[in-house]
Design a protein around this ligand. Structure first.
Ligand SMILES: [Zn+2]
Length: 148
């Protein structure tokens, strides 16, 4: 399968995952509200409220973070920079993208980041747009930056 087609397929997977996450976030909220509505007694209320807030904020945090990763990947697909390592600018192998569709670093750069050898460029700062990264035309290979 051409890289371009594989990325198109990944885009479908990401869109599907995004929809599921948005639904899950909305569902968590209403389920937890339901829980607190049925609770009786001050002590239970208090315990439940605390647990509820904790559960919800943890869930929401994880889901929101994944959602942000997905949005970022979709944005990169739009501008044609998806699948390129943000540190060394190589094409991230398809196998890695298929395992982790919103990977922004190749395995060796990821390892360097974990070891503190290089600092992550985009991780943790989703407001930064990747168009400051120069695109090396010779490395584009069979990747078509114009697909939508
Ligand atoms: Zn790299």
């Amino acid at each position: 399968m051409a890289r371009k087609d594989a990325i198109k397929k990944l885009r479908g997977i990401l869109l599907e995952r995004r929809r599921a996450l948005v639904q899950a976030l909305a569902g968590d909220k209403s389920r937890l509200n339901e829980m607190s509505k049925n609770a009786t007694g001050d002590v239970i209320d208090f315990a439940l409220d605390t647990a509820k807030d904790e559960i919800f904020s943890k869930l929401a945090e994880a889901e929101s973070r994944e959602l942000a990763h997905i949005e970022y990947a979709l944005e990169k697909m739009k501008e044609g920079s998806y699948g390129k390592c943000e540190a060394c600018n190589c094409n991230i192998p398809l196998a890695r993208l298929q395992a982790l569709p919103y990977a922004t670093l190749c395995v060796s750069c990821k390892r360097k980041v974990e070891q503190g050898i290089i600092s992550p460029q985009a991780n943790g700062d989703w407001s930064r747009v990747s168009d400051t990264t120069p695109i090396d035309e010779s490395r584009l290979g069979d990747f078509d930056p114009n697909f939508s």
